[in-house]
Ligand binder design. Structure first.
Ligand code: BDP
Length: 688
């Protein structure tokens, strides 16, 4: 059993593993290198002392860039140079009777990533005798988006307050800043947006920039660049200008001056993330200008410094158009009009981080514009701080989707990593799930999603299973009798949440505002139609689901052939999206021969059973896990079971009012009454 553990060390629990003595007897490296210092810190925790630089024993660890003499003498240039500044080689070479394991890169950043790779191999007991590893990242910018407000609250945060102590900075420096940077660097994350996309103009005030400068300085050795979310009306709101019109010369000058000021403080500043003309936030359309006008103005200010603009495509209005179509409609007319340092940031699905959505048709739609995926690590719509849901399978589902934009094989992965259209910049963003809770993420299993985001951003070909295995071994125990069952549970967890919340393509059945529990009946007088579940499920006596086929909203048109036809035809539409694209009769025969109603019941029931099976698995693993984390996770799973039953009963009892059919005998009958469920009103403390 691992020792007492509060989860604060995440997967970097070097001291907690039973590691036999190291096979390395010494180190040959410039000890002023940050990567070497990081290695030595970990070594001390692993083995009780640092690697000796004088000891010349059986096997040496050699770390250096191509400039260092020892690396030059090993003649690794041809292998190392193509991997770029962040890539690295880890290779065991023998000359005479000296064995050396070499970590080499063209850049210092590559050495850091090489060091963390080696440490991971040690932690997971995967260090083979003869190493021959070559790595380079799939995406050039691997970025976290913090939705943290300047008052310390976090939008959709479920792990306490923000770790950024704005009121203490720049004088007082929390030790967590370094720990945060190390955790990110250890999984390859190299960028961070510090503040909420619903941005306060104040973040650009001198006072705040001085604070940002301190954080940037702490993150720099870890190869992490800082970015900021900006409020589009900052020139007026902060600068006192009469307008924030992006074509107004004084506005353009204001941004140029502001950007110059930022770079004087933070020479390697990354750039801006922008949410504009979305959910009430200001944007270029307020002045009759376009998204391209707005993004390009900022891009022009950033360009001389090498900065970029990440312009979000999450825009929709209270129009009659199907919300799922709106981002595409908004952005397609501007394809090709954005500067080359603008990248359009697209949520994985067309609506909003639902348990399952088809991929956004903007991937593949925008062919002349750099695009990047935005995933949500924080579980806004997936049980928030309570449910155990491992998200790598969900993100891979999006990345693996074939858009067919350039024929078969035009996957979201190849579009966004830059390889399909040969882009200069490529990026991937994850909305962080980090807060000041001791275990950083609110619940211990949520740490796996931070870890998985980083690992996938580094290498999108890694399987969900491999990432889960690594994480479990580092975070809990490397005994396979623990890892195998725990991994099974993790790998099934995303499908389970889809099943008990929104199977078969259902979406947005959430209760008003807090997005935690079910409220398919929700009816708020005078509220926007597309903020109401009924808009999405369209339950009536004939059936269930949103008709987005050519007889409905025609959203299928936004996809390329053959997907368009496949989604359009109820007989060929993948059943996991059937209620996303079709209004399906209650007695429609599904592929397994069941009616839609019976199938729906079966999925909700299955979701509950899956959660119960997770509890059984977890209980069987008690002897491998320290009691703190064992109990904490057990308690969370109990909440998840309760909620799964709540979801199942609420949705099935409500939909039954339309299907008017009995529950199949082979499912667990409801434990609740619909009227009682309708009375539940959550006042989520974690939501600001
Ligand atoms: C939605 C969230 C909202 C965010 C918005 C966004 O409910 O809090 O501000 O997305 O991404 O999912 O801008």
């Amino acid at each position: 059993m691992s020792r007492a553990e509060d989860g604060s060390r995440l997967w970097l629990r070097f001291g907690q593993h039973r590691v036999a003595s190291s096979r390395f007897s010494g180190i040959e490296a410039d000890k002023t290198l940050f990567a070497v210092q990081e290695l030595q810190k970990a070594w001390k925790q692993l083995y009780g002392n640092e690697l000796d630089s004088k000891n010349r024993g059986k096997e040496l660890l050699v770390i250096g860039t191509l400039h260092s003499r020892v690396i030059q003498s090993l003649k690794l240039d041809n292998e190392v140079a193509p991997l770029g500044n962040e890539g690295y080689v880890i290779k065991t070479v023998t000359s005479g009777n000296i064995r050396r394991t070499v970590i080499a890169s063209t850049g210092k950043a590559g050495l850091l990533y090489g060091v963390y790779h080696l440490l991971r191999l040690i932690q997971t007991d995967e260090l083979s005798d003869q190493l021959d590893i070559k790595e380079k990242p799939s995406y050039s910018i691997r970025i976290l988006n913090h939705w943290d407000n300047l008052d310390g609250s976090i939008e959709r945060g479920y792990a306490g307050h923000s770790i950024w102590k704005w009121e203490e900075l720049p004088k007082t420096i929390s030790p967590r800043y370094v720990e945060y940077a190390r955790a990110n660097a250890s999984v390859g994350i190299n960028a961070t947006v510090l503040n909420n996309v619903n941005a306060s103009p104040n973040i650009l005030a001198k006072e705040y920039l001085e604070k940002v400068k301190i954080l940037a300085g702490i993150f720099r050795p870890f190869n992490i660049k800082v970015y900021l979310s900006i409020n589009f009306s900052s020139p007026a709101a902060l600068g006192g200008l009469p307008t924030s019109d992006p074509l107004d010369p004084s506005v353009r000058q204001w941004w140029k001056n502001k950007v110059d000021e930022i770079y004087r403080l933070i020479p390697d500043f990354g750039g801006f993330l922008v949410k504009a003309n979305s959910e009430g936030l200001p944007g270029p359309q307020d002045f009759g200008r376009t998204h391209a006008d707005g993004a390009n103005m900022l891009a022009d200010a950033l360009k001389p410094h090498g900065g970029i603009v990440m312009w979000r495509s999450f825009v929709y209005s209270a129009s009659d158009e199907d919300r799922a179509k709106q981002a595409y409609n908004e952005f397609m007319p501007f394809d090709g009009q954005f500067r080359d340092n603008v990248i359009v940031q697209i949520k994985n699905g067309p609506i909003d981080f639902q348990p399952r959505e088809p991929f956004s048709p903007l991937f593949g739609g925008l062919k002349k514009t750099a695009v990047m995926p935005e995933f949500q690590i924080t579980q806004e719509y997936l049980g928030q701080g309570n449910h155990m849901v491992y998200l790598a399978p969900m993100w891979k589902e999006c990345l693996d989707s074939d858009t067919y934009c350039e024929g078969k094989g035009s996957t979201v992965e190849r579009i966004t990593d830059g390889s399909l259209f040969n882009r200069k910049i490529s990026a991937i963003a994850g909305v962080a799930n980090i807060g000041e809770d001791t275990n950083w993420c609110g619940q211990d299993f949520a740490q796996a999603n931070w870890y998985a985001f980083g690992r996938l951003a580094w290498n999108h070909r890694l399987s969900s299973e491999q990432i889960a295995t690594e994480w479990l071994r580092m975070t809990f125990s490397d005994e396979s009798s623990f890892v195998e069952p725990a991994k099974k549970m993790m790998l099934e967890s995303r499908e389970a949440v889809v099943n008990y919340m929104m199977p078969l393509g259902l979406h947005h059945l959430f209760a008003w505002e807090h997005h935690y529990g079910p409220e398919p009946w929700c009816d708020i007088p005078n509220a926007r139609a597309d903020w109401m579940p009924k808009y999405y499920h369209k339950a009536d006596t004939t059936g269930l689901g949103f008709d987005r086929s050519m007889t409905g909203s025609k959203a299928v048109e936004q996809y390329y052939s053959p997907l368009r036809e496949e989604f359009n035809n109820i007989a060929t539409c993948p059943e996991q999206y059937i209620l996303w694209f079709h209004h399906v009769p209650w007695n429609y025969k599904m592929k397994d021969g069941k009616t839609l109603w019976n199938e729906l019941c079966m999925y909700y029931d299955k979701g509950v059973k899956q959660v119960k099976s997770f509890e059984t698995i977890w209980n069987s693993l008690q002897s491998y896990v320290d009691s703190e984390r064992f109990k904490a996770i057990k308690a969370k799973l109990a909440i998840q079971e309760h909620d799964a039953v709540w979801w199942k009963d609420a949705c099935l009892l409500y939909f039954q009012e339309f299907s008017k059919q009995p529950f199949p005998v082979d499912i667990e009958p409801p434990a609740n009454k619909l009227d009682d469920l309708k009375k539940i009103k959550l006042h989520m403390l974690s939501h600001n």
